[in-house]
Design a protein around this ligand. Structure first.
Ligand code: 5GP
Ligand code: ZN
Length: 116
């Protein structure tokens, strides 16, 4: 994928991001337009379009992504009050960037899961 994908470019260091955690296989950085006091995106460094493709293509890496998200939530102080972990998937899911990313959202009550 590479140069066509925004998040691959962040992994490559071509686009700046505020990185909060990095492992060999994952990267976590602050969302550029935060929807909550804490809003971190956690991605695999390898390109997968969405969580379904990742989960079926490399379940081990999907597990590493979940583990990284859990550490981010802990590091951001979210464990006590709780938080939301979200994967928007496809058009109806509101996905805008087609490199799989977990949204870690917290720091205040987040309201209902879906606003109509
Ligand atoms: P999606 O709608 O695909 O689930 O979420 C994409 C997220 O990426 C949005 O919350 C959006 O604010 C964030 N985003 C888009 N462009 C950038 C960027 O260049 N840098 C960072 N850090 N976040 C971005
Ligand atoms: Zn990508």
């Amino acid at each position: 994928m590479g140069s066509d994908c925004l998040f691959c470019r962040i992994v490559a260091g071509e686009i700046p991001a505020t990185i909060v955690r990095e492992t060999d296989t994952t990267l976590a950085f602050r969302d550029i337009s935060p929807k909550a006091p804490v809003h971190v995106l956690v991605i695999p460094k390898e390109h997968y379009a969405d969580v379904a493709t990742l989960g079926q293509g490399d379940p081990g890496l999907a597990g590493e992504l979940l583990a990284a998200a859990a550490v981010v939530a802990e590091d951001e102080g979210l464990l006590g009050d709780g938080y939301r972990l979200m994967f928007n998937t496809g058009a109806y899911g509101g996905q805008e960037v087609f490199h799989v990313h977990a949204h870690v959202l917290g720091g205040a009550p987040l309201g209902p899961m879906i606003c109509r």
